[in-house]
Write a protein of this length. Structure first.
Length: 546
């Protein structure tokens, strides 16, 4: 009997040790991904963020700020290319963003971190939301990707690094498939891409992590059936993963190492430029192109575009994709210029030792147009078209301060129809009715102002304090209160990031006292305001009531 008990304990000990080994492997195979953002990008996006705030797009302004200055991170995992069997890191496109390089971190169970900086993004696509990064260590264990058919109720697992106190922390989750054949065009940009809905733990920072099923044939005990990409807000345990079928399709076309993509790829990119629509052109516009061209004329360029196109730009900004909106704008303007010149591809000057490549075109007027390109995320992107090309020289990436001055150095100013301001405040008022008599009161109020309209309301103070200097008497009157409403018009005048906002309106109220009475009158207000990427501040300089 004693021997049987010892044998049973030994089996249990062995069974308990296996998950520990598997968990250690999972930690090596699941990595932290941090986008690397260079100084030029930070300077440019700071100014663009201020511009958006000034135009009233607060949420988009915060998104630009967050993507450029916060210590953002996501999750990725090691897998193998189905084409070459080479190891790569797979993550989401929205994790790497527009970055060309990322830092990969591996966090052990003991808290030790191995960091690999400047790892190249080899391929990235918004649809599906996937990106491939070079693998920093070919000795790392890799997940198998399985396109096994999933059923509703199948047990699934997640690994990743959601944030706790802005720091990544390991998390292993468990749940079930709640919808194995889920389609949502809003998630996949109107493309019929099936995704998986499940209940396993997913939080901010899990994006790019694997969705797993148990697999006895795998060394770590699990195989990948999806990549965790979205979490549905305001619903319990509703998480969305891109399926293994879409992952394999993307990996088959993605490179596995950083290599020169060659002259043929440059020729194709240059030839395609003349036949692409503005959205396709926007997709090949590099950050360098934005740095070269962005300035405070953005608003004027936007207003010169057709109304339906402006709607697409505004939608992109409101969906917290402000940099995509900027690319769309320049894609549209570039498309107009290409069509106007009736551009025809001529030739490329490819230099394998140079990071900058040249493509030449002919125009309808018989002139030559030169463009500059460079390799970025596995393809060629447009660096310059026009002014830089005319000089025949490469200029360093620069940016213009789009929030303060235009090209001739004068401040931007004008009526801001999108001015928006909300406040809840206590207002102190002092009035003189006679030379020897003074009244003090307070007003609790709320205001909402947008464009030319100002609405508000509040409660006049309890109490009103009257001081009679002639009789040396201080006494309290109006022990009741006066709720009131206000409707008026305003004229928000912008000067760079500052505002001067005069307004006039009518007020009506009811004095709630022993003897209630109706009150009405006019209100004139002058405000000084200023915008930051996070909010608009406002100060009442003058309030006149009659």
């Amino acid at each position: 009997m004693r021997n049987k008990i010892i044998g049973l304990v030994g089996v249990l000990t062995l069974m308990m040790a296996l998950p520990v080994v598997a968990q250690d492997d999972l930690r090596q195979m699941t990595v932290i991904v941090r986008p690397e953002i260079d100084k030029n990008s930070k300077n440019f996006t700071l100014n663009y963020s201020l511009f958006l705030a000034r135009e009233g797009y607060r949420s988009a302004s915060r998104e630009v700020n967050r993507s450029s200055f916060s210590d953002g991170f996501g999750t990725g995992f090691v897998c193998k290319s189905p084409t070459t069997n080479e190891k790569v890191i797979l993550t989401n496109h929205h994790v790497v963003g527009q970055s060309e390089y990322v830092t990969i971190e591996i966090l052990t169970a003991d808290g030790d971190t191995t960091k690999y900086e400047h790892m190249a993004v080899l391929a990235s696509s918004e649809v599906p939301d996937l990106a491939v990064v070079e693998c920093p260590d070919k000795a790392l264990p890799a997940f198998n990707i399985s396109d096994v058919a999933l059923q509703d109720g199948t047990n699934v697992y997640t690994t990743g690094y959601p944030g706790i106190g802005h720091k990544p922390a390991w998390q292993f989750g468990q749940g079930i498939v709640s919808n194995s054949k889920f389609f949502d065009a809003t998630l996949t940009n109107d493309k019929a891409i099936p995704v998986i809905q499940h209940t396993a733990n997913v939080d901010a920072g899990n994006s790019g992590g694997p969705l797993l099923v148990k697999d006895s044939k795998s060394a770590c005990g699990y195989s990948v059936v999806g990549i965790n990409t979205w979490k549905v807000r305001f619903r319990e345990n509703t998480n969305i993963s891109i399926s293994a079928k879409s992952i394999n399709k993307f990996l088959k076309g993605a490179p596995t190492s950083v290599n020169k993509i060659g002259r043929s790829a440059l020729v194709k990119a240059a030839q395609d430029l003349t036949s692409q629509d503005y959205k396709e052109i926007a997709d090949i516009i590099s950050d360098d192109y934005l740095f070269e061209n962005a300035n405070d004329n953005y608003g004027k360029l936007f207003n010169a575009c057709p109304e339906d196109f402006r709607s697409a730009i505004v939608d992109s900004i409101k969906n917290d994709k402000p940099l995509d909106a900027l690319r769309l704008l320049y894609g549209y303007l570039l498309k107009k210029e290409i069509d106007k010149q009736r551009l025809a591809y001529s030739d490329v000057k490819y230099d394998a030792d140079s990071t900058l490549q040249i493509a030449k075109y002919g125009t309808a007027k018989g002139k030559e147009q030169t463009t500059y390109w460079r390799q970025s995320v596995g393809r060629y992107k447009l660096v310059s078209y026009g002014e830089m090309a005319k000089s025949g020289k490469k200029r360093s990436s620069t940016h213009t301060n789009i929030s303060t001055k235009n090209k001739n150095g004068t401040p931007t100013y004008g009526i801001d129809q999108d001015y928006e301001f909300k406040t809840i405040a206590v207002e102190y008022a002092k009035s003189t009715e006679k030379d020897n008599y003074r009244r003090y009161s307070f007003v609790w109020k709320a205001d909402y102002r947008y464009g030319y309209v100002a609405v508000g309301g509040g409660i006049s103070s309890i109490p009103v304090i009257d001081i009679d200097y002639y009789n040396d008497t201080t006494y309290v009157t109006n022990k009741g209160f006066t709720p009131f409403a206000r409707l008026g018009a305003q004229l928000p005048v912008r000067l760079n990031m500052f505002y001067v906002v005069p307004s006039v309106g009518g007020e009506v109220g009811v004095n709630i006292n022993k003897e209630p009475s109706a009150l009405y009158g006019m209100n004139f207000n002058l405000r000084l305001g200023w915008s930051t990427p996070k909010t608009t501040y406002s100060l009442s300089l003058l309030v006149i009531r009659a």
